[in-house]
Every structure is written in C-alpha cells, then in structure tokens.
Ligand binder design. Structure first.
Ligand SMILES: Nc1nc2c(c(=O)[nH]1)N[C@H]1C(S)=C(S)[C@@H](COP(=O)(O)O)O[C@H]1N2
Ligand SMILES: [Mo]
Length: 380
C-alpha cells in the first residue's frame, strides 16, 4: 500500500518566504468553509453558517442501518442503532467549536494546509446521549485508559491510509466536565451530512479535531492511542523531528462582528464618522471568558469592553461583548482581546508552530472611516 500511495505521501510543508496560497490550499478552502463573520451576531449559529472541516469525503450514511459499537475493554459490548440511542435520556449542550488550524494562514512562514484566517468557528446546540452513560452501561474495565473514536470516512494523509480516528483519555471521555456527548441532533434537527450525520462526538471546550463525525465505533483501549491524527497530526512542534505536545483545549479568542459595510475585493470595512457600536464574541475552552478589551488604534491602547453577564446554562458557548467607538475620518485598525477565568489570554505577536495549531493571535480589522462629506451611496 505504501508504494501505491507514494505520490500522495508528501510530508507536511511550510510555504516558502514569497510563496502565495497554492491551488491545493484553494481546493481545501473551497470545500471547507468558515463562518461568515457577520454571523457572529447569532447566539446559536444557523445551520449552514457553522464552519465545516472534513479531511476526506463526506461518507454515505443510511440512518436506518447505522450502528454504533462500544467495545474493547468493556464487560458488555454494545451495538446501538439510532432508535436505541434516541430512546435513552438526552441532553442538549450549546458549544462553541473551533478548528485547531484557525489562524494558520496568517502565520509567516505559512504552514501549508487548510488556509483559515480567523473564521473556523461556530456555536451549535447539540443533542445526544452523554458518553459517560454509554460507558457506564458497557462497564469499562479497569485496564482501560483511553477511548478511541472511529468515523466512517476514509482517506489517505501523508501516505497513511486511514479511517478518521482520535482518542480521548478515559478521564475526559467518562467525566462530566466537560460532559462529552454522542450527538444525533444539531440545533434541534438531525445532523446535516457535513456535520457528521447521523452521529458525532461533541467534546465541549476542545478543538474541533476531537469531535469525531460519522461516529461508528468507540473502543476502550488499555494504552494511549498512537494513530495518525493523534501522534503525527495535531501536535505543537517547531521542527518535524520532535514528538511535540498534543493539541487539546481551545485557547481564548475574541472576534469582532465586522462593523459598517465591506469593500468587495479587500473586505476592508467602511464606516461613517460618529458613534459606531462595536460588538463581537469571545470564547475559551479552558474556562468562561472573564474580560474582553478593545483597541481602536492598532493595539497601542486598550479599553475594557462590556461583556454579557455569565450564562451558567451555557458555560461552553461564546459570550457577546460590546463597545462604543467614535470614528473619525481616516484609516483605523480595530482589535479585541479575550482573557478567560484562568488567566489565559491572546498574544499580540504570533506564536508559531509547524502545523499552525492553536494560533490565537489578536485579530486586526482594517476600517476606513469616510469623511462626513461623502456622497450618497449608489442605489439609496
Ligand atoms: N470523522 C471525522 N471527524 C472529524 C473530521 C473529519 O475529517 N472526519 N474533522 C475534524 C475537524 S479537524 C474539525 S475542525 C471538526 C469540524 O466539525 P464541523 O465540520 O462540524 O464544524 O470535525 C472534526 N471531526
Ligand atoms: Mo480542524
């Protein structure tokens, strides 16, 4: 197999100093879309606007014949169809999910992969069965240390043919904080194909790679999982040789709802002089966001934004923030910076790693404020 896959086994690559985004990166960007940033206005992202990241193809899935197996280091292996899962006590959790590669394309040098800027995020209400209930039912044996989750999608990555598969430490999988879900509904409707129909894992607070879509098997293992998506991909490394640290929980980030209106090609924002109400969202996978600061002068000065009160019902969902700004004619750079309840915050200088993971560099939004004498817009 390795020989046949030779031509698609190129190692992970970092772009050259002058190298623009390649056609391969464009092909990924055309398949995997981000959140249109104006959709930050919704508490819960409407279906279709939530970001999407799929390594391989969206697999064909027949909900009538779908089975989830729970096996390995358990006393009572389970084989469950969707009716059996829907018959169990369900919970709904509002969860902000972010791709671990969000921000990658802004790095210099640029790790070559899905070229996200800042938009790989969304918030959904996921309904399903708590994983800990299924594990309790199966009776996890003392030898188990990890749960390994397998999706029905299949592909090849850097020469390794594989099903999409990820492990979670048993303490996370079977714990009630963050309360992992085996979800069959998103925003009250069956999962859409691109989000894992008919079943997916939801791991509140963790980057997207942990939320295995098209979930078909859970195997309890007596040793840590060492598959591709665990030990080759999703590691924080400076050089390809080092084993690196695993990517786990979401680092804090704040984003602005884009103010004013955009220029079509550059996406630069245009506003009129006077009071502009700035607003956005902020989140962290470690602890709820405790503070958001705003800068309207490119990061020189910072002021506290007004944060929506904490929402105990939704500890894993983003929080809204607001700030009033008086815009004067000229060019401005707006930024927002989140700090969570454990003191994690966002850097102003880029943190770099070879995969471009967990990059939470402060966003910079370029705004052109017209002078008061600007003409009426065409068509108004
Ligand atoms: N089976 C499977 N699960 C997967 C993936 C995948 O390619 N296959 N991609 C992961 C990654 S990298 C992310 S960021 C999230 C994206 O979830 P979404 O497309 O529902 O937003 O799914 C994760 N789960
Ligand atoms: Mo991702």
């Amino acid at each position: 197999m390795a020989a046949r896959l030779g031509e698609v086994s190129a190692p992970a690559r970092v772009a050259g100093p002058e190298e623009g985004v390649t056609v391969e990166e464009l092909a990924l960007a055309a398949r995997n879309h981000g959140l249109p940033l104006e959709a930050l206005r919704y508490d819960v992202t409407p279906p279709g606007l939530h970001y999407v990241l799929t390594h391989y193809d969206i697999p064909a899935a027949d909900p009538d014949t779908w089975r989830l197996t729970v096996r390995g280091e358990v006393r009572e292996p389970l084989t469950l169809d969707l009716d059996a899962l829907r018959a169990r006590p369900a919970v709904t959790r509002r969860v902000t999910m972010e791709c671990a590669g969000n921000g990658r394309a802004l790095l210099s040098p640029r790790p070559v992969s899905q070229p996200w800027l800042v938009e790989a995020v969304g918030t959904a209400e996921w309904t399903g069965v708590p994983l800990r209930a299924l594990l309790a039912e199966a009776g996890v044996r003392p030898a188990a240390v990890e749960a390994v989750f397998t999706g029905a999608d299949h592909g090849v990555e850097r020469g390794v043919e594989q099903d999409y598969r990820r492990g979670l430490p048993l303490a996370v999988a079977a714990g009630d904080d963050p309360g992992v879900l085996v979800a069959y509904a998103m925003n009250g409707a069956p999962l859409p194909p691109q989000h894992g129909h008919p079943l997916r894992l939801v791991v509140p607070g963790w980057y997207g790679m942990a939320h295995v879509k098209w979930l078909r098997d859970i195997t309890l293992a007596d040793r840590p999982f060492t598959g591709f998506q665990q030990t080759t991909a999703y590691r924080l490394r400076q050089s390809p040789e080092e084993p690196g640290e695993p990517v786990t929980r979401i680092a804090p980030r704040a984003l602005l709802l884009p103010p004013g209106f955009p220029d079509f090609m550059s996406r630069v924002r245009v506003v009129r002089p006077g009071e502009v109400r700035l607003e956005g969202r902020a989140w962290s996978g470690h602890a709820p966001v405790a503070r958001v600061e705003v800068s309207t002068d490119g990061g020189a000065g910072w002021q506290d934004a007004e944060l929506d009160p904490p929402d105990a019902a939704h500890p894993w969902a983003w929080r809204r923030w607001r700030h009033r700004w008086t815009a004067a004619p000229g060019r401005h750079v707006l930024s927002a910076r989140a700090t969570d309840g454990q003191g994690h915050t966002q850097p102003l200088d880029q943190p770099w790693n070879r995969g471009g993971f967990a990059v939470n560099l402060v966003q910079r939004v370029e705004v052109h404020c017209l002078d008061g004498a600007a003409g009426e817009p065409e068509g108004s």
